[in-house]
Design a protein around this ligand. Structure first.
Ligand code: C2O
Ligand code: CU
Ligand code: CU
Length: 486
């Protein structure tokens, strides 16, 4: 039985399974929930965790090498991008107060660099510096000093060379960073789940995105968990699993659901909630992460990403809708004898609440999209306050130590997830309604045609970094600005 389902998952295009390869390049079946073969695909292999490296005595030193190479996806050889041969790259586990040394060798044939997404570290020098370029064949030594009061949780790393970010992340360059809790949260086991999407063309290489796909943000045909298609996770009833879920997709939103199981959300990004929340559904925009506890109940459940409507680029030439299709991500099979339950999750240490802070400056960021002008202009025009990225211009100057309130207005017909480096954002208002709980994120979705307000404390680190749309095709098209705190 398993063999048949596995074979179903491995069928090449052109074999006459038309209904399930609709829209596909034909290298793999795609993965729609409606597909009659989807349940078969669910009988996948056991989930494999990326290689893990941990700090000891306050230091983690790791060498990363990016390269284009053969990786195996659902048993097929695919030429993709990889850190250290992994797909995803190794998980880096650190603690607050640690030093993280990453020596990156760029084995690609184009420039690259590294960003530690969500870490509250310096944006200067050889820390999380967005203005470093590592040319093909060169190396660079990064050093990140993680503050002693750094929030625990799940973060990630990926390249950030302007203009090449979407291609490099889509191609496979990403990995998890875990900042461990000072007081361990008891769980039977921990599972890092890096969710990414990719399209493989008929020759077994990662497909290039068309201009139209870039305009709405490319979505891959396959949605993978740790590089695997619908892997299988097993547990016994009563066991508690810690899941760190990273949305490493270039543009795809993940509306996650796991029917029949109890999901308890500790927080999104670095923002822990005051107390853990039981949830039915979690929406992760590209770049967001969820820190989750799953209490296993007998039965077999499917972790699904339900459809998510992120608007349309209609109105622009040949625009199209951009709803992410529903896909099955993994199977969670719970069987066997009951194990003893776990105690309640204790209340957590949370960041300050800026709703009562004195705001020293207010500003508005307007996200817009339109057609580029001129014969040599790019077709897509994705702007923040009418401008596209210019590495030589500071767009937003803020005072070090101040608290600002930003009004994020999206005048376009597509959602844009805003990401700010270094300083997390507290969401205070959504669609005109005040937010009545403490929500801190480093990627904040601004739905099409709507407004979100956030507050930011420009503490601890000064100097220059960036904010941008985390639909990476939009970032590459220039939906990014430079911020300088002095
Ligand atoms: Cu995850 Cu500036 O990026
Ligand atoms: Cu980032
Ligand atoms: Cu965008």
């Amino acid at each position: 039985m398993v063999d048949i389902s596995r074979r179903n998952a491995l069928i090449l295009g052109g074999v006459g399974i038309g209904a399930v390869s609709v829209g596909g390049t034909g290298f793999f079946l795609n993965q729609r929930l409606e597909s009659p073969l989807q349940s078969g695909v669910g009988a996948g292999k056991a989930l494999v965790l990326p290689t893990e490296v941990r700090s000891s005595s306050g230091v983690l030193t790791v060498a990363l090498e990016s390269s284009s190479r053969q990786v195996s996806i659902v048993g097929r050889d695919v030429r993709a991008l990889s850190y250290n041969g992994g797909f995803p790259g190794p998980t880096l586990r650190v603690r607050a107060g640690d030093i993280l040394n990453v020596s990156l060798h760029n084995g690609l044939t184009e420039p690259s660099n590294l960003h530690v997404h969500g870490l509250h570290v310096s944006p200067e020098n050889n820390s999380d510096n967005m203005f470093v370029t590592i040319d093909a064949g060169n190396s660079f030594d990064y050093q990140y000093e993680i503050p002693a009061d750094h929030p625990p949780g799940v973060y990630w790393y990926h390249p950030h060379h302007h203009g090449l970010v979407a291609d490099q992340v889509f191609g496979g360059l990403y990995g998890a960073i875990i900042v461990e809790d000072a007081a361990e949260i008891p769980a039977t086991r921990e599972r890092v789940r890096v969710v990414s999407d990719i399209t493989v063309d008929s020759s077994g290489t990662v497909a290039a995105a068309s201009t139209m796909e870039k305009m709405s943000g490319r979505e891959g045909e396959l949605v993978l968990v740790n590089g695997q298609l619908t892997p299988m996770l097993s547990a016994r009833p009563g066991e508690r699993e810690r899941w760190w879920v990273i949305n490493a997709c270039t543009s795809r939103y993940l509306r996650l659901q796991l029917d029949g199981q109890q999901l308890t959300l500790l927080g999104i990004d670095s923002g822990r909630f005051e107390s853990a929340r039981d949830v039915d559904e979690i929406v992760l925009a590209p770049g967001n992460r969820a820190d989750l506890l799953v209490t296993a109940r007998t039965g077999t459940s499917t972790l699904r990403a339900l459809g998510y409507d992120r608007g349309s680029s209609g109105g622009m030439m040949g625009g199209s809708t951009s709803s992410s299709d529903a896909v099955a991500l993994a199977t969670f099979a719970v069987a066997g004898a009951d194990t003893v339950g776990f105690s309640e999750v204790p209340d957590q240490l949370v960041p300050n609440d800026l709703r009562s802070a004195t705001v020293t400056a207010r500003r508005e960021l307007v996200f817009a999209m339109g057609m580029g002008g001129g014969m040599s202009g790019s077709m897509m025009n994705a702007t923040i306050n009418d401008r596209t990225f210019d590495a030589a211009r500071v767009d937003t100057g803020v005072q070090f130590g101040s608290v600002e309130e930003w009004t994020l207005t999206n005048t376009s017909t597509l959602d844009h997830p805003l990401h700010l480096h270094v300083w997390p954002m507290q969401i205070t208002e959504q669609g005109g309604q005040p937010v009545d709980s403490l929500i801190w994120q480093d990627v904040v979705n601004i739905p099409a045609g709507s407004t979100v307000k956030v507050r930011i404390a420009f503490n601890d680190f000064s100097r220059k970094t960036v904010y941008h749309c985390h639909i990476l095709d939009h970032e590459d098209a220039g939906m990014m600005g430079i911020i300088q705190a002095l």
